[in-house]
Design a protein around this ligand. Sequence first.
Ligand code: MSP
Length: 517
Amino acid sequence: MDKRFYITTAIDYVNGQPHLGHAYEKIIADVITRARRSLGQETFFLTGLDEHGQKVQQAALAEGRDPQGYCDDLAAVWVAFAKKLELTNDDFVRTTQPRHKQVVQAILSRLHAQGHFYKAIYRGFYSTKEETFLTEKDRRPDGTFDPSYGEVIELEEENYYFNLKDHQQWLLDYLEQNPSFVHPESRRNEVIGLLKNNVLEDLCITRPVSRLNWGIPVPFDPGYVTYVWFDALVNYVSIPAAHADPAVSAAIDSGLRTQDSGLSLWPADLHVIGKDILKFHAVFWPIMLKAMGLPLPRQILVHGWWQKDGQKMSKTTGNVVDPLAVISEWGVDAFRFYVLRELDIGPDGNWTDAGFRARYDAELANGLGNLVNRSLSMLKRYRNGDVPSRSDELAAASEAAVAATRSSLERNQLQAALTAIWSLVTRANQYVDHTAPFKLAKDPAKAVRLDEVLYNLAELCRVLAVLLWPLVPGTASKIYSQLGLNSTPDKFSDAQWGRLQTGPSIGSIAALFPKKP
Ligand code: MSP
């Protein structure tokens, strides 16, 4: 059984509506997925929702709802959101699903039986908002805690702890020996620094039912539910278990009745996450996997955070970008394009409406849109939509861009892929200006030259569709159908120059990115 490329996103807390940050991460994962598939690699893409814990329970309570009903209603909104973004995920996990809960409980039982947990009393500070215990080290110089922790209470509580300390040196060695485990390098250095300069605190993996009951019951002690992060991280293996993945099934006897789907997924190839949850993924998760006897994911890819107009996005101040509003006004591909083009995977970014508008006008409407529109309109007007015989004037430029795009996509460098594609768009627009086919058309003696130019432009549009497919799939499909091709531009090998057949080839032409006043 061949292993598939297995890619995941963080699963979002279902305590409100999706925003730009959630959308950005899912689009990154979708583009990587589509690129792999286009390059011929079978790929499994998992995304979903994190439904337990205090944040969700409080959000439900604030609306006077029971948590499950509240989650069910919001889950429908998030699933619809994934469709709007045109995500091609293979499964959608909800942590309240029995298939997930059963695996979490099986893992807890097994790790407990193997002695990875101990019970202890904790006295100290606790942030309810972040669901985390705080220590003296978390205080600011003036003695207060950062407002991002919300209300901080004093607590005395008995809980189960997962021994992390014993694995600290092993993890540090692993990170040092596997330079690509955390990407980009600055984030890897952050984790290495954390492991070198601190003694890891053991991880509290339970919450007493008396304080929080919206969680997965701990199988060996009815007084507790599972800490939401222990629950959530397990989604990356519970869904493979539900699909009868051989590696996970061999390590965890979950008792799930699965149908052998022939899928081999674990280890994950890529966990795509935001910078704020790096420690959970690069410290806690590897140690959990080691305890379970499972291999580690191949890479954790860490993206930065978006601000709007230079400020943190916040529901309370109303400073948010609503992806659905942008999509309904400008189209999903304009949204996908902007977030990928504006922000490389790694640094933080800043959304401004003016910046969005500027890229829409220059790169989408005047760049790509204008190129495709004038190329196909001229083919229709001057040759009645018949593709002339092959000409290779733009072949070298095209092949160079195809190679650069391929290598960027293979390295998950999505912004670089767009830059490579747009260099070809610019080159082709210059070609139109230099060859001036509208002038050639007026002179019957220049008919052969006009044929050459029209072939090069039509073929270049076709190649662009193939390159664009992972990034802006709707636009890629439109280019194909405007060319009268009834297949989908989803195979990268079709970007080879010269595949456009001579003969009738035109559909109905319309602006890809209409200009707006
Ligand atoms: N539920 C946890 C993740 C569990 S994964 C096993 C969580 N959820 S979240 O809804 O708060 O965040 C989900 C993802 O969205 C995270 O990767 C986070 O970094 C990302 N983003 C949330 N706000 C963001 C921005 N403003 N910008 C970019 N990404 C951001 O954490």
